[in-house]
Design a protein around this ligand. Structure first.
Ligand code: ATP
Length: 577
């Protein structure tokens, strides 16, 4: 948590004023019992109504000033805590955006969502509570003990016994509950994971009639979370009765001893009442301190989780890279003995891959599921770096390019057609911020999306809902292809991104790309032989290895794996066509 304090930068004044006003409030609170004592010992004793009223006015004034101080402190602490959380959230968001696929794979999305929301909130509450209570509670406790000594040092000793006793009880309860609160935090992570999985995959859950099972699993995790919270709650519930018992014994001691002192005239009745009030103030302050410790512990647990993310360094950076010039006559893409292993995986996903792709060529990539097709194309825009060997683009190692230059060169159509909330036009502009109407229309036309977009009453202004839920799978795919084409990239990668298109549209799409994007190197990843059959070069992958490179005709003769794939999907006539 200490390391997160830097996010309070710019709120130093508020961080100073909040505790200061809280201390002022506490000071006024400590004076009130003395005023009550005066009312009893002077006003009531002498039947002096004017004095009583005068003291009452002072008491109300102390209360009002105390309230103003408390509200001012609240204002400053809330301002500082909000500023803290806003800066922290911004930094988290920016940092997560910089992480590469490797770190995102390792951390996982649900936990990142919980961290940027719930954990930041916990840290914010912690900061707010610390600013208000960290000094105030000890100040009241110490102040009340000192006041008791100034009234009667022997009774002050009762305070010296009661305060540590109450503190020990609070400490024991906290020792038991704090680890439980930490456990609750990880249960919350699990809830977030299941909720996300179920909502993202709602259609699949329904299609497989898994609602009941998923509901059961969610209920179990939810119940576990409740149980953990209830256990912590039950133990915490002991706090009030246990501390109140000690306090009441202390009050009995004060009254018992005080009454003796009153009868011999060394102590007044008002002073006894003031001592009782101080004892009450101590208890309230200690319980507030206990709540503060719970909040701080939760904030610290959250702080650890937040630092974990902030400490995760992106494994891929483009620091030190400068804009690269294309090398004349170089291949557009060249893989030179490339191998790749995912973090935490023992088996390589790609082994010793070498091939070249020239400008204007269409490269088909085919192979069974999990053979490494997506992994291969993900190395081109540097979503991952090759573990061995080099990926060379236009004669320069992909690692030498600034990300901005590389991502401009490469238009990626991912396997999952993800669109963002906004209009179709907004989504198209992801490919090129200042894309003109003509550029967008051209991209839509190549992607075979013009008809359905222009048939919508609002055309390009049609709203796309979150994740593109108001579009069909095929429409989404076509829009993601168009989005990649808008930027007119030199390399277009379609990672199984036409799988939801019917054969005719798929063929029309490939024909349009071929005709209208001269010079563009196109990678088509597919499990459908028809989609890659016409490619200038086909890469056949099998279990991470490149088992064949060539045209359809060449591979039919030389590559067993390719032949098997084709014969399992196409008729003999189609194969030879
Ligand atoms: N993020 C990841 N972390 C660890 N292993 C992964 C990751 N992504 C893929 N793999 C593994 O790497 C191998 C290759 O996966 P890849 O996604 O490249 O296959 P693919 O040929 O594109 O499959 P498909 O056709 O089903 O999309 C698989 O064994 C897969 O389990």
């Amino acid at each position: 948590m200490k390391r997160l304090i830097r996010f309070l930068k710019g709120y130093e004044k508020e961080s100073f004023l909040a505790p200061l006003f809280k201390m002022l409030e506490a000071t006024f609170e400590l004076i009130v019992p003395l005023v009550v004592a005066n009312i009893m010992d002077i006003g009531i004793k002498n039947q002096d109504n004017a004095y009583i009223w005068h003291q009452c006015v002072i008491m109300v004034l102390l209360g009002v000033i105390g309230l103003v101080c408390a509200l001012t402190a609240q204002y400053f602490s809330a301002k500082a805590a909000m500023g803290f959380s806003t800066a922290l959230r911004k930094e988290m968001f920016a940092h997560i955006s910089k992480l590469s696929y490797r770190e995102l794979d390792q951390l996982g999305t649900p936990t990142l969502v919980t961290r940027i929301t719930n954990d930041v909130n916990q840290a914010q509450t912690g900061v707010n509570m610390v600013l208000r209570l960290f000094l105030r509670s000890p100040f009241i406790v110490v102040g009340a003990v000192i006041m008791s000594f100034t009234i009667d040092w022997k009774i002050g000793l009762i305070f010296l016994i009661a305060v540590p006793l109450i503190s020990v009880v609070i400490y024991a309860i906290m020792r038991t509950t704090v680890p439980i609160y930490k456990k609750a935090q990880s249960s919350l992570d699990r809830i977030s994971l299941i909720t996300r999985e179920n909502h993202v995959g709602a259609r699949v859950v329904r299609a497989f009639g898994r609602q009941q099972e998923e509901y059961k699993e969610f209920s179990q995790v939810n119940d576990d979370y409740t149980k953990v919270q209830v256990t912590a709650g039950k133990i915490s519930a002991l706090l009030n009765p246990a501390t109140t018992v000690i306090m009441n014994f202390a009050i009995i001691g004060i009254l018992w001893y005080g009454s003796k002192e009153v009868s011999i005239g060394t102590l007044t009745q008002g002073e006894v009442v003031a001592l009782v009030n101080y004892m009450n103030q101590i208890l309230i302050a200690l319980i507030a301190l206990a709540n503060l410790i719970v909040a701080v512990t939760k904030a610290m647990a959250s702080g650890v989780r937040l630092n974990e993310v902030l400490d995760t360094q992106p494994s891929l950076t483009d620091e030190g890279s400068s804009t690269q010039q294309e090398k004349a006559k170089a291949d557009r893409v060249a893989f030179e003995d490339v191998s790749f292993t995912y973090a935490g995986s023992k088996e390589p996903a790609l082994s010793h891959i070498s091939f070249t792709a020239k400008p204007g060529e269409t490269i088909g990539i085919i192979g069974g599921t999990g053979c490494g097709k997506s992994t291969l194309v993900n190395l081109i825009p540097r979503f991952y770096d090759a573990s061995e060997g080099s990926v060379v683009i236009d004669g320069n190692n992909a690692k030498e390019y600034p990300f901005s230059q590389l991502r401009k060169k490469v238009g990626m159509v991912p396997q999952q057609a993800v669109l963002f909330k906004g209009t179709i036009r907004d989504n198209m502009k992801w490919g090129k911020e200042d894309a003109t109407e003509e550029e967008i229309q051209r991209a839509l036309s190549i992607a075979q999306a013009s008809d359905f977009v222009n048939s919508k009453p609002e055309g390009l202004n049609t709203m796309v809902s979150q994740g593109g839920a108001n579009l069909s799978g095929g429409q989404r795919q076509r829009l993601t292809i168009a989005r990649a084409l808008v930027g007119d990239p030199e390399i277009l990668i379609m990672d199984d991104s036409a799988s939801a298109l019917d054969f005719a549209t798929d063929a029309a799409l490939r024909h349009a790309i071929h005709q209208q994007t001269k010079g563009m190197t196109v990678f088509i990843v597919s499990q459908r032989a028809t989609s890659i059959k016409q490619a200038d070069k086909i890469l056949v992958l099998d279990d991470g290895e490149l088992v064949g490179v060539g045209t359809h005709k060449e591979l039919m003769e030389s590559c067993e794996v390719y032949r098997e794939i084709c014969l399992s999907q196409l008729s003999e006539q189609e194969v030879n066509r």
